[in-house]
Design a protein around this ligand. Structure first.
Ligand SMILES: Nc1ncnc2c1ncn2[C@@H]1O[C@H](COP(=O)(O)OP(=O)(O)OP(=O)(O)O)[C@@H](O)[C@H]1O
Ligand SMILES: [Mg+2]
Length: 324
């Protein structure tokens, strides 16, 4: 069994009069030393999937309605809230999409790192401070001896993101989930941040889930990729396997929308249309209204997950038959 195995995960959010499924039949796994990329357009369910794994969905508006999440052979969904809190930040931790929401503006960053450590490790005050300095140095915060006393607003966006990473790495997690860790950053800082995570992996064997809507970032970083569309994984494979043989029209659209470095236009070939609203009931394949290969069957019948080759899964009635 892999370190993390997500099995048939289903998440629903409260609509006007009923629960609306936002993540459906979602299965994937990630093992030590591996990086799994989860990619897909805004609103497709990436962050909710991450929060479900982290145990951050105990809200009245969002509910896990089915599935299992195995970490080290134990189903997290059967654990007590106390046990889950012990794991969070220690065995697994998360870098959030927006650093300012998870850094507290009124505390110095050093104190916030120490607080994160204190929840899981017993040390003397001097040891906490030494470890906090070590972490800030590791994530390349310039003048870290002075910066440890700064407040979040005194740092740049990239530095704040790195402080978040320092906190997430403070207990050497076995599983690290990074939710769009680089979206707000320029390309140079983006590469540094990705490099930091991979560096941690080389040192400690951490399993990483990297969430992004940027296929370029995924290609550069991940061993495996899962492509999500409206709450379902519609294609998954090794990264090399996916790039060599794209089987779902949506994945092809995402790949075509990688911005070209020397191009005047920002997006080469964005996918026409938009992700359907949650309230819109859709039969068949959720992508069919936007798919240029759509046939009547696509509107009627949900495609099953087809296994093609060794580790390539795809949900398309015409997988392998289309020239993408
Ligand atoms: N607390 C909530 N209550 C109700 N609906 C929610 C809640 N959180 C998310 N949703 C809805 O669930 C869907 C999936 O949201 P999610 O945040 O997982 O998307 P995402 O793939 O992370 O998108 P993005 O790339 O914009 O971060 C969206 O339609 C969103 O509006
Ligand atoms: Mg998100």
């Amino acid at each position: 069994m892999a370190l993390l195995e997500v099995e048939n995960l289903e998440i629903a959010v409260a609509g006007q009069s009923e629960w609306l499924p936002v993540v459906e039949d979602c299965s994937f796994s990630v093992d030590n030393n591996q990086t799994l990329g989860i990619v897909g357009e805004s609103g497709c369910g990436k962050s909710l999937t991450a929060m479900a794994i982290m145990g951050l969905l105990e809200q009245s508006q969002v509910n896990i309605t089915n599935g299992k999440i195995w970490l080290d052979g134990e189903n997290l969904l059967d654990m007590s809230a106390g046990d889950r809190r012990r794991i969070m930040g220690d065995t697994m931790s998360m870098i959030f999409q927006e650093p300012m929401t998870s850094l507290n503006p009124v505390y110095r960053i050093g104190d916030q790192i120490v607080e994160a450590l204190r929840q899981h490790r017993k040390m003397t005050s001097a040891e906490y401070r030494t470890r906090a300095l070590q972490l800030l140095e590791m994530v390349n915060i310039p003048d870290f001896q002075q910066r440890i006393n700064s407040y979040p607003h005194q740092l740049s966006g990239g530095q704040r993101q790195r402080v978040m990473i320092a906190m997430a790495l403070s207990c050497d997690p076995k599983l690290l989930i990074a939710d769009e860790p680089t979206t707000a950053l320029d390309v140079t800082v983006q590469n540094e941040v990705l490099e930091l995570m991979l560096d941690l992996q080389r040192r400690t064997g951490t399993a990483i889930i990297l969430i992004s809507h940027d296929m370029g970032v995924i290609a550069q970083t991940c061993d495996e990729v899962a492509v999500m569309y409206r709450g379902r994984i519609i294609e998954s494979s090794t990264t090399a396997g996916l790039f060599a043989n794209v089987l779902h029209p949506y994945t092809r659209g995402l790949l075509n929308s990688i911005p070209a470095i020397d191009s005047e236009t920002e997006w080469l070939d964005a996918i026409p249309g938009r992700v359907p609203m949650l309230e819109e009931k859709l039969s068949g394949c959720a992508f069919h209204p936007r798919c240029s290969y759509s046939q009547p069957k696509c509107a009627d019948t949900l495609p099953a997950a087809l296994s093609i080759g060794e580790s390539h899964l795809v949900r398309c009635h015409f997988a392998g038959e289309l020239e993408l």
